[in-house]
Design a protein around this ligand. Sequence first.
Ligand code: 5GP
Ligand code: MN
Length: 341
Amino acid sequence: MDIKHQSQIDFFKSYVNNTQKLVIVPHNNPDGDALGSSLGLCNTLKNMGKEAVVISPNEFPDFLNWMHGVNDVLIYDKNVKKAQQLISEAGLVIFLDFNALSRIKCMEAFFKEDTTPRIMIDHHPYPENETAAVQISVPEASSTCELLFQVLIESGFETSITKEAAECIYAGIMTDTGSLNYNSSRPDTYLIVAKLLGMGIDKEHIHHMIFHNNSFDRMRLLGYALGTKMERLPKQKAAFIALGQDELKRFNFKPGDTEGFVNQALWIEGVQVSAMFTEKNNLVKASFRSRNGFPANRFSETYFNGGGHFNAAGGESKLSLSDTIERFKTTLKEFCDEHGF
Ligand code: 5GP
Ligand code: MN
């Protein structure tokens, strides 16, 4: 992959070489790519003798809790003072897997004021300038993990990448591509996977830890979501699932339990747009997936205050769950009619 960011790579390399204390920040509700890149980098930096810490805005899902270093991740919304102190002592902050300060939620206000030098490494399109003065933004990359690996190699840090760091990096590539299903047609991705395998990772074990460790409740929730809650909108070639808090409670919902559900409606013949709405305390979280040229990120940005990738985007709604569903139906119709989908 041609990163075309030589001056940014030089900045990253010289800052890392000359800085002892570093803070790494993934996006809110970190997924496999966000936490995998954060711990992949953190483990590498520690192996270089640095004092590095991952500060996550909020809790991460249990299916990632096998990653090396996960017990040292500081959760910002539970340790605000300590987190702010660590950031004030750090010489460099590295943002991974997001490109807008709004994606770090409870940390947004703090970083709007903070002056610690920071660099962003990310693969989402349309980065916002205020996120970081130095940005390594490569939307063609399958995942931030793939991009991070490339940045580490180009910075000359390859020999510092431990097997444990390589496991975290592989996990991000694998989860962001649906096990190398989508977003993964560039040969570079496989050259990097080959290098990670060469570093001794146990690919099958990682797949097992992520996909074959479901709770009984989560599998039953999936069955309920697909069997009882999924609805079709045939004219718009769409299908969606909406889950309310009472339903989630019934299945002892834990963060991460609905991860991947939204992909499943795309497995239906003829479906080109899939949506999932999950009711939280004071908002509804929206997820969109698409195929055949439907811009999920543009749709989410226009109607659900969100964004993301062309075929995988997220957003939110401040309306009630039922009003959100109604809004989805009307806006999807409007969008499809307007753009000829
Ligand atoms: P998910 O549906 O899995 O939460 O997110 C799908 C993709 O959209 C991910 O790449 C994620 O980073 C991005 N995304 C999720 N929520 C938001 C959001 O509220 N705003 C933006 N800009 N991107 C989002
Ligand atoms: Mn990602």
